[in-house]
Ligand binder design. Sequence first.
Ligand code: SAM
Ligand code: SF4
Length: 473
Amino acid sequence: MYQMDTRLPADAVDFIDDTKLEAMVAGMHEDPEAVRRVIAKSLRKEALTVEETAILLGAESPDLVEEIFEAARTLKREVYGNRIVFFAPLYVGNYCTNDCKYCGFRRSMASTVRRTLSDEELVREVEALEDLGHKRLILVYGESPKYDPEFIAHTVRTVYATKKGHGEIRRVNINAAPLDEAGFRTVKQAGIGTYQIFQETYHKPTYAEWHPAGTMKANYLWRLNAFDRAFRAGIDDMGLGVLFGLYDWRFEVLAMVTHARYLQEKFGVGPHTLSFPRIKPAEGLNLNLQWQVTDEQYKRLVAILRLAVPYTGLIMTAREPAELRREVLAFGVSQIDAGTKLEIGGYQEARREGEQTLNREQFQVGDTRSLDEVIGEIVEGGYIPSFCTSCYRLGRTGEHFMEYAIPGFIGRFCTPNALVTFAEYLEDYASPATKAKGAALIARETEKLDPKLREEVLRRLQRVREGERDLHF
Ligand code: SAM
Ligand code: SF4
């Protein structure tokens, strides 16, 4: 059995000063002039300090909040353009030694059906996802000795090796319990993209309340230090996150920005993505929570995160309902999932549309529409769905990942890659209605490219129609 080295490195620091952040929340007040000054800095694409983020969090009056929303929309357009990258989560196994009180997989839930996908089942799940058109997955695991680094690496390799027709997974991210340095090295060698892990709550007393003592997850600092260990093991692509609803959302936003700045300063590389899931109904969970985040607060937190960390991708999951996702997309979300099934084996063993069985899943999904439906809708909204995985595969990650920093990068690489990968989707997987809408969008967007690039993109689109795949820039 794998023996995890659970000693913290000598330089492990608790860089979250609860008292300081609490004081900042308590001192929040509305200062329109300061808010506008901070917005202007953000629109210059400069990352905000924690103090500047607090100024934005102090805005309460609808007009001022609307100015923040509008700035987030502008920054989204300028930094990221109108692409939305699609991914799908794939639950590999739900055995868990932890007892996080919000999670349907926690060990004390006797009614939860426990399961780990066999290799064969994993292959079938991946094929089912490929049949929908997915190219990018995030594999999700409970925390269990069953899911040691070798097991995780093996599942990652299995996913990459699974191809069906034109279907293949070109980027595998993972969301797994924090590993030790050697463990991180093992999963890195298997070719993971992003290593994602959420601190859940940065507020220590709340963390202790939700994660019972005597479990691995109760160790706050082991989790907080996970990205430091990952960096040392050569992983420079990380996704951090908070489970919103456990504690004051404004405290959590300040803490996330603190974490992002800490990584940037210590390692020269900030997080690649931020996730901000809200807590959802789960088996055995009483959702009557003091800190539940309302839709209005949710919109504010996404917009403020956009402004605070202009060069970090924002991930919004299908936990959120369709209407809210529609609205929040414009605030700077760069990645979403669709057609998500949280039940282990759920992609191959399709239940009736919309039907969920909570004792098999981690929590309840808010947006149960299919990938094709969501794509059809976002195309109507003027976004380009993207299945691009190019930067990761060409080694453009970490400090070399200049996607957003190099002027014109989006125009030269991201938009063409989005158009070509979307064309692949339309050829291979789209419904006739989506195909028609999508083709019209590609034609419009191609027109906007400068002439030389347009010619090259048109050539590649033609090659896609003729059956070639994976023609990335
Ligand atoms: N077991 C690993 C861990 O906890 O880090 C990784 C996988 S866990 C299944 C992924 C994430 O799901 C957790 O980090 C948590 O934020 C989120 N989650 C758990 N219960 C949830 C709920 N009821 N609603 C929304 N998200 C939830
Ligand atoms: Fe286990 Fe993760 Fe669920 Fe906690 S959140 S009980 S660690 S699967």
